[in-house]
Design a protein around this ligand. Sequence first.
Ligand code: NAD
Ligand code: GLY
Length: 354
Amino acid sequence: MQTVRVPLGERSYDVLIGDGLLAQAGALCAQRLAAPAPQKVLVVADETVFALYGETALASFRAAGFRAEYSTFPPGEPSKTLATLERILERGAATELGNNDFLAALGGGITGDLTGFAAACHRRGVRFVQLPTTLLAAVDSSVGGKTGVNLAAGKNLAGAFWQPSLVICDPATHATLPAEEYANGLTECLKHGVLFDSALFDRMAARQPGAPLPAEDIRRSIELKRDVVVGDEKDTGNRRLLNLGHTLGHAIERVSDYAIPHGAAVALGMVLITQLAQAQGWCGAELLPRLRGALAACGLPTECPYAPQELFTALAQDKKRSGGNITIVAPLRIGQCTLRTLPLEAFKQFISNK
Ligand code: NAD
Ligand code: GLY
């Protein structure tokens, strides 16, 4: 088992990584959740994950002496709503989950975001643990305490910063992930490499197609995310670097009517922003072929099928509400990126000159 410490003062916690850890989740929580000792846990999962891993998790908690109940919801982004949050909260109240008890998020980023927000709201705040079962949740969403739900007005528009008390990452659970879901996580790992760590980037560029990511690279990716969160817990500064590829990626998702999945769209967003950075002279010409090579090694696309103008229209619609400026994350070299804020009109010019 490997451990990554997230030092955030009284909100500090550990991320434990190891194959088979899900079956030890109960014992690990009993050992590691600080006094006052919890008696009960509410396990939250989507129906797909519950069918695969629900019994393992519940049996593990019960064997460790917890009273374990559960709440499930249909898989997918349409479930990340206030209505699902309400059902989780009602289940927590019905099972008399007390101030010392905790919730457990068993699943991907949707489950983690919903459960963390429910933990922030239940009795004005109780503990929760993350049991990530997607690669994306393991290397990204389970660390850092961003929780929330979508509103009709947009994604993640209601939420709270609420750090987990423990993260238990069992990479063996990734074996059942559909390839597209695994690729979503690979995109985020590669993003961490482009942002902060050329050695991680190079290892991913050299990977055998289809091979699972070694635990060492999962750990490294988590450490990189941890370092950003510790430096900017509330997302007012450098945490925004984690948006690399995401602004244009979201535009690509929208223009494709969500036919291009999130990980592939962010991969293409990284390609486009690198083209733009190269056109501006912010990075050298060697960066783009290196990035494309690494994306291809991860089974991700490298050529955006849309014209910049189409993307700009989607982007402008999306950003209008947040004023006339856009902050982009531009690569300078593999392992170093920078934030640049531009008026939307300048960004349009910037795109047209790509
Ligand atoms: P997800 O939770 O929907 O999981 C993806 C799919 O994989 C689901 O259909 C799920 O049922 C299935 N699944 C999960 N684990 C499985 C397994 N081991 N085997 C088989 N199937 C499995 O999505 P995700 O990609 O993990 O997360 C995306 C969400 O995370 C988005 O809502 C996004 O906004 C959020 N997010 C949050 C943060 C954060 O910092 N809080 C960061 C990045 C993304
Ligand atoms: N995934 C973005 C963040 O945690 O800030």
